[in-house]
Design a protein around this ligand. Structure first.
Ligand code: ARG
Length: 610
């Protein structure tokens, strides 16, 4: 008797309009089923499925060798495999049926070559063209993404820029897959430094209550107050006094604090507007002030607090240093506020996941806070995903701290100005080579410059492995060759221009009933890659590393080029399109649709012409 047929691997066909199916995950699940049915004793053996590099196969399963070596010692009634090839053949026999796979065959070297059904691919490509790129199906969640988080009265620095770009991208991702996302800006708006800032404000702008102080340069204001704080004992005492008053909610001091925060917020907003950062809600350290008393109580009730020299400490297993949740003068710490904050996010916001996009320098802080939270049963790691999306430093091309050309510490607004200036040159140089009738309008030119400038800054950051330090280089990010924003933005406009030049409008394309057909190997290769979109999204969700999306986009534009060079889309005579292949025009549009969705997730703007 032949092998028992198991039910097809999970595929919810009714949902294929709303969601995209992860082809790789689907085939992998099929092989998991096959492994369990062919080798019940090895049911949980991993399936080594990879993209195939061999012609004639799309994916390949390399598990047979290890199944053979594990099964060969089985008792006879458990059907040990005779050879790796035998193991491979048995996997194929036990493979559940599915629309996705055309053929799975054991080949030389005992690998299994998998060919995806062209019929299936074609159907999915037509859906992609009609419906756009949809997410994979995932369980809906509530997610907090903590990002940007600069400190009041200080300058937002390149580390915050990195957090802002990565955090925005991760939030876009979660929204795309249907999660409810709280984008939270955990600004540093509380602490003893406010004492000196308030004392200084009172001296510099005595009428601040009635006349809003025109603090033009907060940085200078901060430095001015710090200088006095360090040099002047009397000022220092006053500063401490202001801290106490602030903590006790004194209305005048609170007003002074609000004014300082507002001045900072105005500066931050300039950067957020330029970078098109929307939906980011400010809930800084001060927001958790009233909750900290309860958090301390929470720890005390569980007998987790050790008192030492008047300080309240929490010791953690395996950690030498305890965390201080209350100082001897009764004030709280950064740790206390993050504990209260985590509790709030889990209990009140009902977050399933909390993602902290913060530089790697704060890893220990988070480890300790979460360790304490676990101990106090604030957080249960089997129920919630809490992750530090850590990133490395931003370095200059000399591999040292990023400086301006004149050697000063970099101001973000100046950095962005420079990006715009350099991008103008990129766009204008390109324009200079075009015929008059192909030149951009003033508005198009401006949109193109902005797309390139901010896109370049964002993309360069997102495409590098975030945990590594990142070398900031305008030259590299504005290079047309290689995996850069400029390259991809131009690739996108080129793809979009194919239909335009053929005189096929959006409406024509939508009304036309010609289906996409996949015949040429380059068409199939491109289609297979485009349909990896949900797989890439899932990988990004798992690793929270945006560079997987960047790599995917770059590859897509390369496969597009291969397709375009080998498969004629239009016939041109005397620089005029005389005929076109509608299936292929639609295929180019499907590429554009996927790239556009990726740009959206990365938080990048793109234009139709440049
Ligand atoms: N304001 C902090 C800084 O600039 C980052 C805050 C990160 N978020 C948090 N929940 N601790 O270093």
């Amino acid at each position: 008797p032949g092998p028992e047929r198991t039910s097809p691997a999970t595929m919810d066909a009714s949902a294929e309009t709303e969601y995209m199916i992860d082809v790789f995950g689907h085939i992998k699940a099929m092989f998991e089923t096959a492994t369990a049915s062919a080798f019940p004793l090895l049911a949980n053996s991993p399936v080594a499925l990879v993209l195939s590099t061999k012609p004639g196969a799309h994916y390949q399963n390399n598990s047979a060798m290890s199944l053979y070596s594990k099964s060969k010692d089985f008792p006879a009634d458990q059907f040990p495999a005779d050879s790796p090839m035998d193991a491979a053949m048995r996997l194929c026999e036990h493979l559940p049926s599915s629309d996705v796979v055309e053929k799975a065959e054991a080949v030389k070297g005992s690998t299994i070559a998998v060919i995806v059904s062209t019929k299936y691919l074609t159907r999915q490509m037509n859906l992609l063209f009609q419906l756009g790129a949809r997410p994979p199906k995932v369980k809906e969640e509530v997610v907090v993404v903590d990002y940007s988080s600069p400190n009041i009265a200080k300058q937002m620095h390149v580390g915050h820029l990195r957090s802002t770009i990565i955090g925005d991208c991760i939030s876009n991702l979660f929204e795309f897959i249907g999660h409810k996302v709280h984008r939270i800006n955990h600004v540093g708006d509380w602490g003893t430094q406010f004492g000196m800032l308030i004392a200084h404000l009172k001296d510099e702008y005595p009428d601040f209550e009635t006349n809003s102080p025109p603090i033009a340069d907060l940085q200078a204001f901060y430095q001015g107050s710090k200088k006095r704080f360090d040099a002047d004992e009397e000022f220092k005492t006053r500063a401490w006094n202001e801290v106490v008053l602030l903590q006790n909610g004194d209305p005048v001091v609170t007003k002074a604090w609000q004014l300082i925060c507002a001045a900072s917020r105005k500066e931050f907003d300039v950067i957020y507007n330029r970078l098109n950062i929307v939906g980011l809600r400010e809930m800084g350290e001060s927001f958790y002030q009233s909750m900290m008393v309860d958090v301390i109580k929470h720890f005390e009730e569980r007998g987790l607090v050790t008192i030492e020299d008047g300080r309240k400490l929490v010791f953690l297993e395996g950690k030498e240093v305890p965390i201080t949740i209350e100082k001897s003068n009764g004030s709280y710490t950064y740790d206390t506020s993050d504990l209260a904050c985590l509790k709030y996010r889990l209990d009140t916001l009902k977050a399933d996941s909390v993602i902290y996009v913060v530089d790697a320098g704060q890893s220990l802080h988070f480890e300790l806070v979460w360790g304490a939270a676990r101990k106090a049963e604030i957080y249960d790691e089997t129920k919630n995903r809490i992750e530090h999306v850590a990133f490395g430093l931003v370095l200059g091309e000399d591999k040292k701290k990023l400086k301006t050309r004149s050697g000063d510490t970099i101001k973000l607004s100046e950095l962005l100005d420079e990006a715009v200036e350099l991008s103008s040159k990129v766009v204008d140089d390109k324009q200079a080579t075009l015929e008059d009738d192909a030149k951009l309008t003033a508005q198009e030119r401006e949109d193109a410059i902005n797309a390139i400038a901010y896109g370049a800054v964002k993309y360069a950051d997102l495409k590098s492995n975030r945990t590594a330090d990142y070398v900031f280089s305008f030259d590299r990010m504005l290079d047309f060759r290689g995996n850069t924003a400029v390259y991809l933005l131009y690739a996108y406009t080129r793809i979009m221009s194919i239909a335009r030049k053929a005189g096929v409008s959006e409406a024509d394309m939508a009304a036309d009933t010609t289906p996409i057909v996949l015949e040429h190997p380059k068409e199939i290769k491109l289609a297979l890659h485009l349909l990896r979109f949900p797989e890439i999204i899932e990988q990004f969700v798992a690793e929270l590393n945006p560079h997987v999306v960047c790599g995917y986009m770059f590859q897509a534009s390369q496969y597009f080029t291969e397709f375009y060079e080998n498969c004629r889309c239009t016939e041109v005579v005397d620089r005029k399109v005389v005929s076109y292949n509608m299936s292929r025009i639609k295929l180019t549009r499907a590429v554009a649709v996927v790239l556009a969705k990726c740009f959206d997730i990365l938080g990048m703007k793109y234009v139709q012409r440049m």
